[in-house]
Design a protein around this ligand. Sequence first.
Ligand SMILES: NC(=O)c1ccc[n+]([C@@H]2O[C@H](COP(=O)([O-])OP(=O)(O)OC[C@H]3O[C@@H](n4cnc5c(N)ncnc54)[C@H](O)[C@@H]3O)[C@@H](O)[C@H]2O)c1
Length: 254
Amino acid sequence: MKTETVLITGAANGIGRATALAFGREGAQVAVTDKDEQGAAAVAAEIGPRARAFGLDVTDAAAVARVFDEAAAALGPITVVHANAGVSSMKRAVDLTEADWDFNFSINAKGVFLTNQAAVRHFLAHGTKGVIVNTASLAAKVGAPLLTHYSASKFAVIGWTQALAREVAADGIRVNAVCPGFVKTPMQDREAAWEAELLGTTPEAVLQSYIDQTPLGRLETPEDVADVVVFLASDAARFMTGQGINVTGGVYMT
Ligand SMILES: NC(=O)c1ccc[n+]([C@@H]2O[C@H](COP(=O)([O-])OP(=O)(O)OC[C@H]3O[C@@H](n4cnc5c(N)ncnc54)[C@H](O)[C@@H]3O)[C@@H](O)[C@H]2O)c1
C-alpha cells in the first residue's frame, strides 16, 4: 500500500478510524476526513507524518470537491477512496418522520453519491485506475426492523455500487462495498440504547442478542471490517468489482 494515497470519510470514529489506521500501518498516505475535524486530527496524529486531517461533511458537494483537491495537493493524487461516513436513527416505521428519512438518506446515500462522483472525476483527471470501497451494511442485504429508513438508504448504496462498477470498469476503476454486521462502535452504543428503550429491555440484553445472532459468537470489531477494506483496495482483489462483501461473522450468508 506504500504507493497508495487513501481518502476515508467518517474516519474520526469506529470503522473509518480503524480503516485509516490499517492503511497507515500498510505505509499508505492517508487523508483522514470527518465532519468532526478534531476527531480526524487525532486519528491523523496517531498515524503520523504520512497522514493529514480534513474537516468534511459528505453532504456538501463543494466541500467534497475541495477536500479531494486539498488532500491531493498535500499527499499526492488520491488512488483509493473509502466512502464510509454514515448515520442511523431508530424508530418503528409508523413513527418515522420525513426528517428521519432525509437525515439517513442525505448522509448514507447522497454522501456516497457525492464522494464516489468526486473520486471518479479525480481518477479520470489523473488517469488513475483507482479503487472505491463503500460502507453499506448487513441492513443493505436484509431488511432491519426499527431501521427501515436506514435499511432503504443502505440498499441504495448497493444499487449505486453495482451500477457505478459497470459504468467505470472500462476505465480500470473498481467499485465494491463492505456489509458489516454488529460492529462495536459509537454508532452501536447509540443503537443499543435506542433499541433497549423501544423493546423495553436493557442495552446489555440487546448486545447479547446481537452475539446470539452471530455464528462466530462475538461482536464484530472495526478492525474485522478494516482488514477487508484494505484487501478490496489491494491488487489481491484486482478481479473483484460491483460486490457487496458480507463481513458479519456469518449473520448473513448469501
Ligand atoms: N456499527 C455497526 O454495527 C455498523 C454496521 C453496518 C454498517 N455500519 C456503517 O459503517 C459506517 C461507519 O459506522 P460506525 O459504526 O463506525 O459509526 P460511528 O458513528 O461510530 O462513526 C461514524 C463517523 O461518521 C462521521 N459522520 C457523521 N455524519 C457525517 C457527515 N455528514 N460527513 C462526514 N462524516 C460524518 C461521524 O462524525 C463519525 O466519526 C456507517 O456507514 C455505518 O452505517 C455500521
